[in-house]
Design a protein around this ligand. Sequence first.
Ligand code: NCD
Length: 308
Amino acid sequence: MTALYHILGAKQFNRTELEELFESASRLENRELWNTDPRFQGKIMTTLFFEASTRTRLSFESAMSRLGGKVIGTENAAQFSSTIKGETLEDTIRIVSGYSDLIVLRHTDIGAAERAAKVADVPIINAGDGAGEHPTQALLDLYSIRKECGRIEGLTIAMIGDLAYGRTVHSLSYMLANYPDIRLLFVSPENVRIPSYVKHFLDEKGVSYRETEDFDEALQTADVLYQTRIQKERFPSVEEYRKAEGRYIINRDILGKMRQDAIILHPLPRAGEIAVEVDDDPRAAYFRQAQNGLYIRMALVEKCLAAK
Ligand code: NCD
């Protein structure tokens, strides 16, 4: 048996793999290819979600359906699976491995996907592990940057908001380290700064970055404004959350200060940090970004199943 191809974290990807994946995603944007590939007939993907999700779960399920495979799963696994009876994640994964060809897992605990991969007989895709990582979101973020800006290398990317608990920021930072001449600007309130383990990785890879609380610097220099939600559910106390909320809001005034050729991304959902009045601006790329999630996840499902 060949080794299973799991997607556990952003660091596992090199530039060649990223480019191959983007080529596949781009090919799969063509609707005429949907439901035509016999390799997916009779294949089953399980989505096992222990945390809330709209885009990630539904785009994975749509991706598998559009490839021609089938989907089973539970969207509230903490309550609707045997976890509530005390079953361990490991046991759940062992069982579900026998029912399907691929498992997409979102969990509350950092490292849950790695634990799942140790006991699974089928590929595991990490769809978010607590405040840890969200590699498939980072893939669609990079794919969106490449489509919108025409390249990834040489860009200045400002990550704004909750950089401590925002797992998409961690994964995207790791993945960007594959590209030359990237500059990262981490804009956040003091109590949700980018974790030191992310900075150590960037230091090792020689990626240039700066931390600041100054939004204006980002507006003047960034090619990409990557706005994020303050992850209310992960704060140790309401007081800590209050210190971080509402600091950086992109509204019409901010649009006026932004570069004309810059774009705004957001993994979504938003919780007030991008005003609705921004949506019609051509630089607002977040809905196009969410759509790209479908194509990237089709490419990922294809890759995982092909490697099996
Ligand atoms: C993100 C997540 O779940 O980490 N959402 C997503 O998957 N698109 C970001 C968030 O919840 O703020």
